[in-house]
Design a protein around this ligand. Structure first.
Ligand code: 2P0
Length: 425
C-alpha cells in the first residue's frame, strides 16, 4: 500500500469584542455587520486536525472528537464527486440542521476546487492527480465543547488550513473558512482580527484581516470564566436567523452602531488604550444580548451567574475609578474577561470570593499560572455582592496568541502511518 501523505495542524479559538450576529446570505455565510475578535493562545485552547490522503482510500471520511461522522448521504457524496459548485447551495439548505457534516464537506470541496484552479496555473500535473485522492480527516478539540467556547470557529479554521497544506494551496483562505462557520474566518489569523462584512453578492470581499499581530499588546490577558456545563439552549445559527427576522434593534445595530464601533475599536487596539477597548467590548456584548432579548420569541444566553459577573466587573472598576476589566459573553452564560497582566491576581481572588468554588472540584485555575495575593478588605466591601457558591466551575487563564500552525513532529499525527485513527483516540 502507498504510504499516505499526512499533515497535522492546530488552530485557535477567537473571542469577538465586536460581535457577529446575523446573516444577509445564509448559504454563503455573509454577515449583516463587520466584527472584530482576539485570537486566544493555543497553549491553552486549540483544535488539532490531521488530514491524510492516499490513492488507496475508498471514501472521504471524518472523525470528530473520536467519533466518525456519517457522510454516506447520497447527495453529499454526489456533490463531492461531481465538483459542481451549484450543488452546494441546495445541499446546505438540506443540511442546515446538520452543520458539522455538511459544512465540513463543503469546505473540503471548496479547498479542492481552489487547488485545482491554482494547479492549472502552472503546478505539475502530478499534483492535480493527487486532488482526486480521497482524504481521511481526524480532528479533536482540547477543550470541552460544553465550555461554550466557539469550537466550530477553531474546528473549521483548522480543517481549511490543514487541507490547504495537503493540497498545496497558498494565499487567502478565510473566504473558505467563513463558509464552514462565520466566526471561523477570524481564527485564520493570530492577534487582533477583523472580519470585513463586504458588499458583493458572491462574498468575495467578505474576508478576515489581521488588525495587529499577537505581539502587539503583550500585557493583555484573557480569563474564561466557565459558568455552566449545560449546553446552550439556542444554537447560534438558528438564533441569529430569528433575530434577523424579528429584531429591529439588530437592524439598527448593524446599520448605525457597528460601523462606527469598528473604527473606534481598531483605533483603541492600535493605541493599546485599555479603557477604550474595554468599554467598547462591554457595550457591544450588552447590545448583542439586548438584540437577543429583542428577538421574538426572545433568546436568553445570560443567567444569574453572568449577571453577578457583570455586577462584579462594574463594581470593581467603580472602586478603582478606572476601567481595569472588561467582560464579554457569546451565545452562552460563560464570561470572557479581558484585563491587563497586573490586575489578574487580585481579580481572580475576587472571583474566588464571590463565586466560592466546590472544595473537591479539582483545579479551579487552568492555564497560565496566577500569583496568589490577598483580597483587599475595602475592595471586598465596595463590591458588596452576596457570594454565589459553585457558580463558576473553573477559570482558563490565557493570552493573545498566533494563528494556525503546522505541527512538524509526526508523533503528533492523529492518524497512524496507515491513515486510520490511532487506537488511543
Ligand atoms: C461572534 N458568535 O462574533 C458571535 C457572537 C456568537 C456570539 O460567531 O452560523 O458559530 O456558523 O456562521 O460562527 C457564533 O456564530 O455561526 C458567533 P454560523 P457561528 O463570535
Amino acid at each position: 500500500m502507498e504510504k499516505p501523505k499526512t499533515v497535522t495542524c492546530t488552530a485557535p479559538v477567537n473571542i469577538a469584542v465586536i460581535k457577529y450576529w446575523g446573516k444577509r446570505n445564509e448559504e454563503l455565510i455573509l454577515p449583516i455587520n463587520s466584527s472584530l475578535s482576539v485570537t486566544l493562545h493555543q497553549d491553552q485552547l486549540k483544535t488539532t486536525t490531521t488530514v491524510a490522503t492516499s490513492r488507496s482510500f475508498q471514501e472521504d471520511r471524518i472523525w470528530l472528537n473520536g467519533k466518525e461522522e456519517d457522510i454516506t448521504h447520497p447527495r453529499l457524496q454526489s456533490c463531492l464527486r461531481e465538483s459542481e459548485s451549484w450543488l452546494l447551495v441546495p445541499l446546505k439548505k438540506i443540511y442546515r440542521n446538520n452543520k458539522p457534516t455538511c459544512h465540513f464537506f463543503c469546505v473540503l470541496y471548496l479547498v479542492r476546487r481552489l487547488a485545482r484552479k491554482r494547479s492549472k496555473d502552472g503546478d505539475p500535473a502530478s499534483d492535480s492527480m493527487k486532488l482526486s485522492h480521497k482524504v481521511h480527516i481526524c480532528s479533536v478539540n482540547d477543550f470541552p465543547t460544553a465550555a461554550g467556547l466557539a469550537s466550530s470557529a477553531a474546528g473549521f479554521a483548522c480543517l481549511v488550513y490543514t487541507l490547504a497544506q495537503v493540497f498545496g494551496v497558498e494565499g487567502e483562505l478565510s473566504e473558505i473558512a467563513r463558509q464552514g462557520s462565520g466566526s471561523a474566518c477570524r481564527s485564520m489569523y493570530g492577534g487582533f482580527v477583523q472580519w470585513i462584512m463586504g458588499e458583493e453578492d458572491d462574498g468575495k470581499d467578505s474576508l478576515a484581516q489581521q488588525v495587529a499581530p499577537e505581539t502587539h499588546w503583550p500585557e493583555l490577558r484573557v480569563l474564561v470564566l466557565v459558568a455552566s456545563a449545560e449546553r446552550k439552549p439556542v444554537g447560534s445559527t438558528s438564533g441569529m436567523q430569528t433575530s434577523v427576522q424579528t429584531s429591529r434593534l439588530l437592524k439598527h445595530r448593524a446599520e448605525s452602531v457597528v460601523p462606527g464601533r469598528m473604527v473606534e475599536m481598531i483605533e483603541a487596539v492600535q493605541r493599546r488604550d485599555f479603557a477604550a477597548f474595554a468599554e467598547l467590548t462591554m457595550k457591544d456584548s450588552n447590545q448583542f444580548h439586548a438584540t437577543c432579548l429583542d428577538t421574538y420569541p426572545p433568546i436568553f444566553y445570560l443567567n444569574s451567574v453572568s449577571q453577578q459577573v457583570i455586577n462584579l466587573v462594574h463594581r470593581y472598576n467603580g472602586h478603582y475609578k478606572e476601567t481595569r476589566l472588561a467582560y464579554t459573553f457569546d451565545a452562552g452564560p460563560n464570561a470572557v474577561i479581558y484585563t491587563l497582566q497586573q490586575h489578574v491576581p487580585e481579580f481572580v481572588q475576587a472571583v474566588q470570593h464571590f463565586f466560592p468554588p466546590e472544595t473537591n472540584g479539582g483545579e479551579f485555575i487552568k492555564g497560565l499560572p496566577i500569583e496568589h495575593v490577598a483580597l483587599p478588605e475595602e475592595l471586598r466591601q465596595a463590591i458588596g455582592l452576596e457570594p454565589l457558591a459553585k457558580g463558576i466551575s473553573y477559570i482558563i487563564s490565557t493570552k493573545v496568541g498566533p494563528g494556525p500552525c503546522v505541527l512538524e513532529d509526526p508523533t503528533q499525527h492523529l492518524l497512524g502511518s496507515d491513515g486510520w485513527p490511532k487506537k488511543t483516540l
